[in-house]
Design a protein around this ligand. Structure first.
Ligand SMILES: CC(C)(COP(=O)(O)OP(=O)(O)OC[C@H]1O[C@@H](n2cnc3c(N)ncnc32)[C@H](O)[C@@H]1OP(=O)(O)O)[C@@H](O)C(=O)NCCC(=O)NCCS
Length: 182
């Protein structure tokens, strides 16, 4: 079982070729609201949330959680990558052990198609593997979410199963830093 306390948080900002991954700050609030209110971002995630509700409910400093990275390009937030404790009540046939870690990613649509999500997720997985070598990371995505499916494959996730839930086919994959593709 993954002990998330081994993940020192907040980490020093992680710099990649084009991006910075860091903990969230108050100045990220507008982008977090945009991510949650965007119909495009939420097409395969249950739909957008009303902007007025988000303005009311998103905390002054959003995303203050272990493993919740803001991804920054040229000083502005373009998305988020999360490595979070896996939610055991997910309706998969295969129930992983409570405590596994789940990868999530959300990027603003105007930044899609440049490889930023691949670059940011690779850096986050490297950080995770450095802290917890060999610990698995799981990932859920709808099979209809073609961009997300391509990203999962590029990152080295392998399919464990597909199943129906929330009215759509879901893909459940796993990654480990010890597997050759990971
Ligand atoms: C899923 C999501 C993060 C993918 O974003 P993305 O920008 O397509 O992903 P990548 O970073 O891998 O970029 C890949 C694309 O960039 C292109 N690209 C351009 N320059 C590149 C570069 N320098 N390096 C790598 N790829 C580059 C690739 O060719 C590829 O294009 P293609 O998809 O047309 O083949 C994004 O669509 C999203 O935020 N979706 C909404 C949220 C969501 O559904 N999340 C899933 C829940 S787990």
């Amino acid at each position: 079982m993954t002990d998330h306390r081994a993940l020192a948080w907040p980490p020093a900002p992680i710099k990649t070729e084009r991006l910075v991954l860091r903990e969230s700050e108050a100045r990220d609030r507008a982008a977090v609201i945009e991510l949650n209110a965007s119909p495009e971002v939420n097409t395969y995630l249950g739909g957008p949330r009303p902007r007025a509700e988000l303005e009311r409910t998103v905390p002054e400093v959003p995303g203050q959680r272990r493993g919740w990275f803001v991804v920054e390009l040229d000083g502005a937030m373009i998305g988020t990558v999360q490595l979070k404790p896996h939610t055991p009540e997910r309706p998969s046939n295969r129930l992983p052990e409570a405590g596994e870690t789940e990868l999530g990613y959300l990027f603003l649509p105007e930044t899609w198609g440049h490889g930023y999500a691949t670059e940011a997720c690779t850096a986050a997985l490297d950080w995770f593997a450095g802290a917890l070598p060999g610990e698995p990371v799981v990932l859920y995505t709808q099979t209809a979410n073609a961009r997300s499916m391509r990203l999962a494959a590029k990152l080295g996730f392998t399919e464990l199963e597909r199943f129906e839930a929330w009215g759509a086919e879901q893909w459940f994959g796993m990654w480990s830093s010890l597997t050759p593709s990971g």
